[in-house]
Ligand binder design. Sequence first.
Ligand SMILES: [Zn+2]
Length: 135
Amino acid sequence: VTPAQGHPPRISETSRPWWEALAREQLSLQRCDSCQRFVFYPRIHCPHCGGLSLTWRPHEGSGVLYTWSAAAAPVSPAFAHLKRPILAIVELAPDVRVPTTLVGIDEKDVRIGMALRPVFDHDSYEGVTLLRYRP
Ligand SMILES: [Zn+2]
């Protein structure tokens, strides 16, 4: 895959641990030290209880398909090589639903609730690892 020409995801100080974990082919999620719920996307406070102490914890990465749609055209330069990118929301834990794309599956075989495992895409953007999913 040729690196995309578009804008890569913008990495902030708050989200940096997420991206650094992906570069190591690992997932890391914030969890609130007060209410113990997971927090996604990365933030500086807990959206559930307002707690200000969030701790990054490893996650093994697998999830289930929450919802999906096939795009009629590529939605980003990173997906230009895909004819009909399958846009998906994958649930990794309660409260954690990650926007992503599915790879290695035909549209006709996609099912809500199916088990998915992570794919670490180091190639679409130089210096950034994207998280995609496959059955
Ligand atoms: Zn909390």
